[in-house]
Design a protein around this ligand. Structure first.
Ligand code: ATP
Ligand code: MG
Length: 434
């Protein structure tokens, strides 16, 4: 009996989780290589952590009453009954790993990471359930010099990518936890006076996380929020001084910024400096990079008090931005240089070997050997379709006399026959000129 129809149905990817296809990967590689180089230039070391952690790590760091922990995490029980979670962000894992391996003991660390993150959100342009971040974290430094360094590093990346004109830096200070607690009372009192304007979400947050109400995008609440007391007016002296020194260095470095007193972050661990780089070119998913100071987190996770600051950027949004603004570099996908083909099975075997010899001698040459046989005509068609500049042909005659035929696929130029011994030199000089 044949299997039921259902078993033949094609299985598709999970909603909000994307495949990266060959035509797109070159742009990602370009972006990733820019980032890797930049991190090296600033002396940051890469750290790679597992994408699954114990659920408690995120609940304790990001905060129980944040959107992420309340409704966005991919949490499951493994076969031992342990509660595990696909990481929704990178900072918590980074702190966990740094503590676990003694990297924070009386030393400064500058670390960076990249990789997939998982949040069960409503998928839309620039918002996915598996997405990718690049992040950097610095430990053991109170700032604001290191805060500025991280901002300068991101500003340099925008410059390298041609994005400087299209992104804006927003800054705020969340002060010390004491200052925030005092401000929280003032804010709650204000919201209670305007209780009738608050939406359900905000009413719920009033007792759990009132600062997050400031971040609401509900237009009906906008006028009320505009009149709300501002944390910047209630900072403790040390945090105010920290913030003033931060902006002074940014001014002298020529970095433009906008102070946004309502900038709060969706994760509970932040204190003092917070910042976001935003763009207007991506609609409502306009934040491409976000970060700040989290001086209390290491201790909260069981370590010694350690000042810390970092950021994370969303790679999908930056890729979208590069595409939207048509800033994709021409050479992100360099075509093949050489397509090498053998006219029959014997010649194909020789072509595979010749291909290896050429790759030994020409390390930057992009060369593909034709596989799969076929007529001469169909092979030449494939060579042309491959985008290669040159085709190298091996036939019976060529093999008999150690020759090779060189065909120019993109220029009006007579084909040549040359000795295989001359080939490296000829290709070297041809490929040196675009
Ligand atoms: P948003 O307000 O857009 O939801 P967030 O505050 O939740 O962002 P962070 O946790 O600070 O975001 O993550 C840092 C960056 O990672 C964001 O600025 C964004 O560029 C990217 N990012 C966050 N969530 C997603 C997602 N679901 N899909 C794609 N990129 C994301
Ligand atoms: Mg979010």
């Amino acid at each position: 009996m044949s299997k039921p129809e259902a078993s033949k149905k094609r299985i598709q990817a999970i909603r909000g989780m994307n495949d990266l296809l060959p035509g797109q990967s070159a742009l990602w590689q370009y972006f990733e290589s820019q980032v890797r180089l930049l991190m090296q230039r600033y002396g940051y070391d890469e750290i790679r952590t597992p994408i699954v952690e114990q659920t408690a790590l995120f609940a304790r760091s990001i905060g129980e009453v944040t959107d992420i922990v309340e409704k966005e995490m991919y949490t499951f029980e493994d076969r031992n009954g342990d509660s595990l979670t696909l990481r929704p962000e990178g900072t918590a894992s980074c702190v966990r790993a740094a503590m676990e391996h003694g990297l924070l003991h009386n030393q400064v660390q500058r670390l960076w990471y990249q990789g997939p993150m998982f949040r069960h959100e409503r998928p839309q342009k620039g918002r996915y359930r598996q997405f990718h971040q690049v992040g950097a974290e610095a430990y053991g430094l109170e700032g604001p010099d290191i805060d500025v360094e991280l901002i300068l590093l991101t500003a340099r990346l925008w410059k390298q990518l041609g994005l400087s004109e299209h992104v804006t830096l927003e800054l705020n200070s969340l002060g010390s936890s004491e200052a925030r607690a005092a401000y929280r009372d003032i804010l709650v009192a204000y919201f209670e006076q305007h209780h009738e304007v608050l939406d359900d979400d905000s009413r719920r947050r009033l007792s759990t996380n009132p600062l997050r109400i400031l971040d609401s995008k509900n237009p009906d609440m906008a006028p009320m929020l505009a009149g709300a007391p501002q944390l910047l007016d209630h900072l403790d002296d040390a945090s105010r001084d920290h913030f003033e020194r931060l902006t002074a260095i940014l001014d002298s470095a020529g970095i433009e910024y906008r102070i946004n007193p309502r900038l709060v972050r969706g994760l509970d661990y932040y204190s003092r400096t917070v910042f976001e780089w935003t763009t207007t070119a991506l609609g409502s998913q306009g934040t491409v990079c976000a970060g700040g100071r989290y001086d209390a987190l290491v201790e909260q996770l069981g370590g010694k008090p350690t000042p810390a600051v970092g950021f994370a950027m969303g790679i999908e949004r930056l890729i979208l931005l590069l595409e939207t603004l048509e800033l994709v570099p021409q050479d992100a996908t360099p075509p093949l240089d050489v397509y090498l083909l053998g006219m029959d099975e014997t010649a194909t075997r020789a072509a595979l070997l010749l291909g290896e010899r050429l790759r030994d001698r020409l390390p930057t040459c992009r060369l593909q050997v034709h596989c799969g046989g076929g007529s001469f005509k169909s092979q030449i068609k494939k060579a042309d379709k491959s985008g290669a500049r040159l085709a190298l042909l091996l036939g019976e005659d060529e093999l008999a006399h150690d020759l090779v035929t060189l065909k120019f696929l993109r220029e009006e130029r007579e084909q040549q026959r040359l000795a295989q011994s001359e080939l490296v030199e000829t290709l070297e000089s041809l490929l040196a000129t675009p």
